[in-house]
Design a protein around this ligand. Structure first.
Ligand code: SF4
Length: 407
């Protein structure tokens, strides 16, 4: 793999690839010792009724939610991992339903955590609350955009007017000086809108586009995920446009496999033949974008996966490998988070790709990808099974080593 692939253009799509150092960012610490990122679902309350909601959100707060004091203790435990401390994302439901949110953000910031927020777009998301949270130390806000028009996005979110409100909220997030992340859930229903959503992401000046590949869990069971073949094409298209905005994928770790496969061979037009879906996405992208978009150095995806650098704490303190892998590994009400993170048998299993089933256990990319454990679990009931959402056929086979064979 080349470390510095030369600058060259791609057609169509006005996509320009610029030199990059590494196709995947590796963590600088041992992922079995400390997480890179922890998502805390501070509440399940939310005024929206999104079709794909992982949390099956409800209108009112659960009285059993972690209290402010318990939340502060959780943050203390996260800070106790030491430097580099995990990134902390407060999500929901809608975290803005919690009146103590500024206090939690201020506490996390004071003890050295980098705090980010993932609110729903409701009347609670106002400029003054964003300013208050920024002043409390919040660094970034992520907002969901699941359609390129009011029609599709509002249908997804279950409330009329959310699309326009999201665009307005995104501008406000940037105006008050917070970093903006746009989250998009891809399904069969909205995949053809991706180029138009990309344009919105660029127009909004987002710092990061997080593209989530639907897991049939929660209310997401009502929507149709992409086929593995279409997912492969979308991941290639995302790589095509990764010179325009920083891209991260959720529940598609094989984006890292694609980033590695394409490093150094992008000049060869036929190295990865363009299928019908990617072809259409590229065509639509070329039509929509002016070609004036400044190319940037692609931000390589980071090598984290469920339970391996990543963990999720729900509203009552139960810990999971991710928000889409509903197997509890402990509760912060019974045990400090670091003990759960380091000691859980399941989390240890998720950090050992040699133990994965099927193609994932045989794959030469297993240490840097490992497959979506949530997809494996949702499909087979076994979190260590093969990820059916990936098309790749391993060629090297098992036994070629772990870290030493990292692609
Ligand atoms: S087979 Fe599994 S480990 Fe290999 S690239 Fe696909 S998802 Fe990743």
């Amino acid at each position: 793999m080349s470390d510095t692939s030369p600058e060259h253009s791609r057609t169509p799509g006005a996509v320009v690839h610029v030199a990059h150092k590494r196709p995947v960012r590796l963590m600088h610490h041992d992922a079995s010792e400390r997480p890179f990122i922890v998502i805390w679902e501070v509440t399940r309350a939310c005024q929206l009724v999104c079709t794909h909601c992982r949390a099956d959100a409800i209108r009112t707060r659960n009285p059993l939610e972690l209290t402010t004091d318990e939340g502060r203790r959780l943050l203390d435990d996260l800070a106790s991992f030491g430097s580099p401390r995990p990134l902390v994302v407060l999500t929901g439901g809608d975290p803005f339903e919690r009146p103590d949110l500024p206090e939690l953000v201020a506490h996390g910031t004071k003890i050295g955590l980098s705090m980010a927020l993932s609110p729903s777009v409701t009347d609670r998301l106002t400029r003054s609350v964003l300013v208050e949270l920024r002043d409390a130390g919040a660094k970034a806000v992520s907002l969901s955009l699941d359609g390129a028009s009011a029609e599709t996005h509002d249908a997804f979110r279950g409330v009329e007017g959310v699309f326009d409100a999201t665009l307005e909220a995104a501008s406000t997030v940037r105006e008050v000086g917070l970093r903006l992340q746009i989250n998009t859930t891809v399904t069969r229903g909205n995949v053809h809108e991706l180029p138009r959503m990309l344009k919105s992401v660029l127009d909004l000046g987002a710092d990061l586009w997080s593209v989530f590949f639907l897991i049939p869990t929660g209310r997401g069971k009502q929507l149709e995920p992409l086929t593995a073949a279409d997912e492969e094409e979308v991941l290639h298209w995302l790589h095509d446009v990764s010179t325009l905005v920083a891209i991260k994928t959720t529940e598609a770790p094989h984006y890292r496999r694609i980033a590695i496969q394409r490093a150094g061979v992008d000049a060869l037009d036929d190295a990865f033949p363009v299928g019908p879906l990617r072809s259409r996405l590229r065509h639509d992208t070329a039509e929509l974008l002016t070609g004036q978009e400044a190319p940037r150095r692609p931000r390589p995806p980071i090598d984290v996966n469920s339970g391996r650098g990543f963990a999720f704490v729900d509203h009552v303190g139960v810990v999971y490998p991710s928000g889409f892998l509903p197997i509890a590994v402990g509760s912060v009400r019974d045990q400090p988070f670091p003990e759960i993170y380091r000691g859980s048998e399941l989390l240890q299993g998720l950090r050992n790709p040699d133990g994965f089933g099927g193609r994932c256990g045989q794959c030469e990319f297993r240490t840097v990808c490992g497959g979506s454990r949530s997809h494996a679990y949702a499909t087979t009931g076994d979190p260590l099974a093969e990820d059916p959402s990936c098309l790749f056929q391993p060629v090297l086979g098992h036994g070629l080593g772990g870290e030493a064979q990292r692609p």
